[in-house]
Design a binder for this molecule. Structure first.
Ligand SMILES: NC(=O)c1ccc[n+]([C@@H]2O[C@H](COP(=O)([O-])OP(=O)(O)OC[C@H]3O[C@@H](n4cnc5c(N)ncnc54)[C@H](O)[C@@H]3O)[C@@H](O)[C@H]2O)c1
Length: 438
């Protein structure tokens, strides 16, 4: 049944995309968008730029581009900015990240040089393997939050922007244990005043964003807005939030392969995943507490896809092991191996080996772009709180309390497209054929 659709505010004027963490992913996003805008490259990997959406029946042959179907901000209307603990401008930071070639970077050098990071809110307690000088200092965390809000206001005014969106591309923070400070908005705000240790730097960014009415997506695996105080604050302020951990590399492949095996009721005894990577992210993840955040985020996908409690014979004994190893010589070009022990008819065993030679930030940058554009769309469509329809982009999708996250990439994809159809009052596509009854 076609709904009437939702009243979506126009994407008028300019959109500021603010990035806490202008490292490998952040600069690959900024440089990539500019290379596309200038006609040097194509935005492969981005659903908002390349994707289509079928409307109506297959025979209708009505398949517009997603960006023509829903009112998304044009790439030309994006203005980038961000924060980092290093003072490097986007050109220097991109060169250090070593993802894009000098040839590509030099085509847009003056533009990249013009993007300089604002002073970050950072505390080494939460990212132990890094430190830098470009940091704010204040007497307490509430003051730091206010400084971030001032940054946002200033950035908006100086660039003549209509609205802002934030995509966290900063380092993975350490794994934090539950604290009662997270329970309510009041306890959280008191915690900001009292410099509570359970409030990480990224939580201060989220708090400031929500207070400013700015939608926020988290590309890293750590806890930040997935605590009751901040999800509630987002709802109260009608702000869209989403997370967490960009679904790239090994988990992308995992959530493509696993639903296929499950769909054929093939059993899985073991899934061993190991990675080597040599970028700064790898260095941060070399620290056990940051790795713990990543491990927790990566581990959950198979459990939810295979549903061992519903299929104990097939997946009840699955041994799932994940390793990430920092290996500097290969830089951003991660290598991810998977060994999968499966079994089929009568229990006969088979093995699948995957060796994915991927480029981490090349996979992450289009996700960050899509999230910026879809989060802005959600905000203009009045969609507040956790944006579960964007689970497609995350390794550990956030969901409302009481729901389990959907990890199967095909279901996530359908959910995303059906949400767009719903927003525009088009019929959902169910793939149900009624021709048998004609
Ligand atoms: N494929 C991928 O690259 C991928 C996939 C999933 C998740 N991620 C996550 O995305 C994030 C970015 O990855 P990357 O490869 O660009 O890492 P990176 O180390 O190159 O960049 C992160 C940047 O964040 C900065 N930073 C850290 N804490 C900050 C703070 N509090 N405020 C402002 N800046 C801060 C660091 O100085 C650094 O420049 C990481 O958390 C990573 O785990 C990346």
């Amino acid at each position: 049944m076609a709904e009437k659709g939702v009243n979506i505010k126009e994407a008028k004027g300019k959109l500021g995309v603010l990035i806490p963490g202008m490292g490998a992913v952040g600069t690959t996003l900024i440089a990539g968008v500019e290379l596309v805008r200038k006609g040097h490259s194509r935005p492969f990997g981005s659903l908002t730029q390349m994707g289509t959406i079928r409307l109506g029946k297959r025979t209708d042959d009505n398949v517009p581009m997603i960006k023509d179907f829903v009112p998304l901000t044009e790439l030309d209307d994006i203005v980038f900015g961000g924060w980092d603990i290093y003072e490097d401008n986007a050109y220097v930071a991109a060169k250090k990240a070593g993802v894009l070639t000098n040839d590509d970077l030099n085509k847009i050098k003056p533009y990249l040089e013009s993007i300089k990071p604002m002073k970050a809110v950072f505390d080494k307690k939460y990212v132990k393997n890094l430190d830098g000088v470009n940091k704010k200092s204040a007497s307490n965390k509430m003051e730091l939050a206010k400084m971030l809000m001032d940054d946002m206001t200033k950035f908006k005014e100086e660039n003549g922007l209509d609205r802002l969106v934030i995509v966290w591309c900063g380092s993975t923070e350490v794994y934090l244990e539950y604290s009662p400070v997270w329970d309510t908005i009041e306890s959280f705000e008191k915690g900001l005043e009292n410099n509570e240790e359970s409030i990480s730097s990224s939580m201060i960014y989220v708090y400031s964003a929500i207070k400013m009415g700015v939608p926020y997506a988290n590309g890293a695996p750590h806890m930040c807005h997935d605590i009751p105080a901040l999800t509630e604050l987002a709802k109260q302020h009608n702000v869209a939030i989403s997370g967490k951990d960009f679904k790239t590399g090994q988990t992308l492949i995992k959530t493509i392969i696993a639903p296929g095996l499950k769909s054929r009721m093939l059993g899985v005894k073991g899934w061993f995943s190991t990675n080597i990577l040599g970028n700064r992210d790898g260095l941060v993840l070399d620290e056990p507490l940051s790795f713990r955040s990543k491990e927790v985020s990566k581990a959950s996908s198979l459990d939810y896809i295979f549903q061992p409690e519903k299929h104990p014979e097939l997946y009840g004994d699955l041994y799932h092991k994940i390793r990430i190893n920092y290996y500097p010589p290969i830089g951003d070009n991660k290598e991810a191996w998977d060994n999968i022990d499966i079994f089929g008819w009568l229990g006969y065993g088979m093995q699948i080996k995957i060796d994915f030679l991927c480029r981490d930030s090349i996979l992450a940058a289009p996700i960050a772009l899509d999230l910026a554009l879809f989060m802005d769309l959600a905000q203009r469509a009045g969609m507040k709180g956790i944006q579960e329809w964007l689970s497609f982009y995350f390794k550990a999708p956030m969901v409302a309390e009481g729901l389990y996250p959907e990890h199967d990439i095909f279901i996530q994809h359908m959910k995303l497209k059906n949400t767009l159809r719903y927003l525009k009052g088009e019929e959902m596509i169910t793939h149900l054929g009624m021709e048998y009854y004609d």
